[in-house]
Unconditional design. Structure first.
Length: 313
């Protein structure tokens, strides 16, 4: 187990290093200068001071090595567009907002999708099965921004039941998260319903299910210990990356509902060619994604003891 963990951590760090290196040089190749418009009307000497402050007057390789050195010390630098504000500080402000809404959407989407998938599998070939599959197809086919604008029209414009924009932190802001939560979770409901239905149907065809039924195993015990638990592996596979995306937010949904979260900050950073912000957010995104895959492998062994992620001895 010790060797497995060491090898896995080293591979994760190597992958993250390759991603950081690739993104660093790619964003530098994108046309545009984040400081050009800011310092357009300033004297030449002051412009040069700006470039020197951010290290943009150095050769590209020198900038790269300086950035890697600072990154290893836990410093992601300052935003080029918002002077005096660190990348980590901006992420700390925006990420919890996205995390709250995405966590609500994930919990609602996964729980609803699993229940619908189980219902469809148990009622295969009947109207509940067809209804769930219709919801699944609609959830995958309808873009999130279409779902968001539809919810806005009916719940805000037509019936005036829920607010659309004006998110505020704290308990008072919950009502502002209901519509974005539903819009974000609709696709998740569809995906988990389809995957869990297929997985449950596969489990139902196994010999041990027939044996359990012959032994008179109760319905609840059958549903969880024999069907539900053994059907979770495909769900866990797609759940890991989604958990990693909790702090990242949704670019489109946050823009539509005016939520000042991680996604909105990411879009602004790309539009403004804010190199340090793009790099910092990309590192967080990929780091969480890589770590989530590692957690998924560990959870596999807990859900199904037959799966061994490392050899004993």
């Amino acid at each position: 187990m010790k060797n497995y963990l060491i090898n896995r951590i080293l591979s994760m760090l190597l992958t993250l290093f390759i991603v950081v290196t690739g993104v660093f040089f790619i964003v530098r190749l994108v046309p545009g200068d984040p400081l050009a418009s800011m310092a357009r009307n300033l004297p030449e000497q002051i412009k040069q001071n700006f470039y020197a402050h951010y290290g943009l007057n150095k050769p590209l390789l020198s900038q790269y090595f300086s950035y890697i050195k600072e990154l290893c010390q836990g410093n992601m630098g300052e935003s080029l567009v918002y002077p005096g504000r660190t990348v980590i500080g901006i992420i700390k402000r925006a990420a919890p907002i996205s995390a709250r809404i995405n966590l609500q959407a994930l919990v609602f989407g996964v729980s609803s999708g699993l229940l619908l998938g189980l219902l469809a599998a148990c009622k295969k070939g009947k109207w509940p099965d067809y209804l769930v599959m219709f919801i699944a197809v609609a959830g995958i086919s309808v873009p999130s921004f279409v779902m968001a604008t539809t919810l806005q029209y009916y719940f805000t414009v037509k019936f005036n039941l829920l607010p659309t924009i004006g998110y505020k932190a704290g308990i008072a802001g919950f009502k502002y998260t209901i519509l974005p939560t539903i819009a974000l979770s609709f696709a998740s409901i569809a995906i988990y319903a389809r995957y869990f239905r297929a997985s449950v149907l596969e489990v139902l065809s196994q010999d041990y299910i027939l044996t359990a039924r012959a032994k008179g195993v109760s319905g609840l015990r059958m549903a969880w210990f024999h069907i539900g638990k053994n059907s979770l592996l495909p769900v866990i596979t797609i759940l890991g990356p989604q958990i990693a995306g909790i702090f990242i937010g949704s670019f489109v949904i946050e823009s539509i509902f005016g939520i000042p979260g991680f996604g909105q900050v990411y879009v602004e950073a790309i539009n403004n060619r804010d190199f340090t912000m793009i790099l910092g957010q990309t590192i967080l995104l990929n780091g969480l994604y890589i770590f989530s895959l590692f957690i998924v492998d560990l959870v596999y062994g807990l859900v199904d003891p037959r799966i061994k992620i490392f050899k004993k001895g």
